[in-house]
Design a protein around this ligand. Sequence first.
Ligand code: ATP
Ligand code: MG
Length: 573
Amino acid sequence: MNTIESKANEEKRSLSFVEQLVEEDLAEKKNSGRIQTRFPPEPNGYLHIGHAKAICMDFGVAEHYKGICNLRFDDTNPSKENTEYVENILNDISWLGFKWENIYYASDYFEKLWEFALWMIQRGYAYVDEQTSEEIARQKGTPTEPGQASPYRDRPVEENLELFHKMNTPEAIEGSMVLRAKLNMADPNMHFRDPVIYRIIQTPHHRTGTKWHCYPMYDFAHGQSDYFEGVTHSICTLEFVPHRPLYDKLIDFLKESDGTADVLNDNRPRQIEFNRLNLTYTVMSKRKLHTLVEEHFVNGWDDPRMPTLSGMRRRGYSPESIRNFIDSIGYTKFDALNDVALLEAAVRDDLNKRATRVSAVLDPVKLVITNYPDGQTEEMESINNPENEAAGTHNITFSKNLWIERDDFMEEAPKKFFRMTPDKEVRLKNAYIVRCTGCTKDTNGNITEIQAEYDPDSKSGMPGANRKVKGTLHWVSADHCLTAEVREYDRLFNIENPSADERDFRELLNPESLKVRANCFVENHLASIKPGEYLQFQRTGYFVLDPDSTETHLIFNKTVGLKDTWAKEKAKA
Ligand code: ATP
Ligand code: MG
């Protein structure tokens, strides 16, 4: 067992530590037994499969304990956010199969947060610092050395109020002033060393326009929003562990400001952290994903090679397979790297139950059944899904001239080659047993046509079909098929953990992550297939129609192969 697999199993055992903590709170009757969670995306990019892990937890806990889960856009940084992202996030969450109770925006609380900041200043808990961010950083100290006080730390309340109002004017220059909470410059927790809580941003906000010119920082918006909404469990990822004391401290201040300080443990959100999802051969950082899109290393956020939910949807992953994968890796307190092969196995598992089986030849070579009458055709019954009888059947047309896969034929084959080779019998799927009689080559020795004779008594279902023939090949009729483009995808990165590599991540990209086959032949049944319908190209893999597809130009994305050939390749290397 490799390290990644053993990590995954270890994770499975400690599946529900979050639920255990929630149950403790329920047993203590905290928040009068109410359960309320939220999923808090920042609308500054598309959701990726890491977000799906958070979504499954946030919505899962609410569902399990009959509480509610809201969606809250943490939109406090207008320079990176927009409504396109908001809309795609809504779409992706619905696609995963979750229903939020309400949609909230941190920007709805700008007024309240402003009032709270004023209260902080009036109490002497906050001050305006006019130093540069570099100066402030220099004074921060280190975890073992205390920081130094800003020269502005003790300025009078009136001056702070005046400057804070100035920060919120169109004339304010970004970076010229910040509002800092006055906590403790010697605290061992660096987040307590007078954290910045407001900064000037002059980019208009996608919802509030130019109403505001300064905006709360994450730490001064997230916990506060949780509190305003009545969130009971604020579940997030491990990097927020060191923020938790500040989260709690600022809630104390809020409770002091609204006069509920004496009921400290009621109506108090509790932050709980779990490990992030990281996948092999990809990156999950939004900054890097932005670069991939903006510098055209991929064709947009929904490129099927991206770890985004929209990319995975376009590639043909079902939401169920993503949720099953997330269930299988579980939630822990340790960061791990999850093997993408586990995700692919979950996809195969799910698609096997639902994909319609069809015939498609990706690397075609002509096969002529020389003893089959010219112009004759037969409709052969093809089972849509052997795993699901209710899926029924469809017909595929058989005729004299067929396409088969080039690598299903060898002129001189080794013993164990059970496909087509002269003088040997193979079965054509849903049709007849044929015996290869030879092939034709061009002057360069490339095979241009293969010939075979069929046994008329060997049609599927006839007694003659029962004799033992080792190989079964898929095919399409040359005069009864459609041309299609097929896009095959490989790992986006060449190395297992690009995030841990010192080199620029762009240098680690796999230059062969996209392979386009322009001249594939697919059976006519695919003319009526809908986008999003899961398909299995028999013997090849799972596929789905790409949204770029038109009636005259069909395009299919390869979702995943039938077997994990990549693991084999890796073992060979
Ligand atoms: P940013 O760098 O922009 O903050 P982010 O990935 O943290 O990126 P958010 O929109 O802030 O994006 O994330 C929303 C929620 O999703 C947060 O609660 C965050 O903890 C969670 N989340 C983000 N990435 C992962 C991940 N890889 N695994 C699990 N949860 C994640
Ligand atoms: Mg974040």
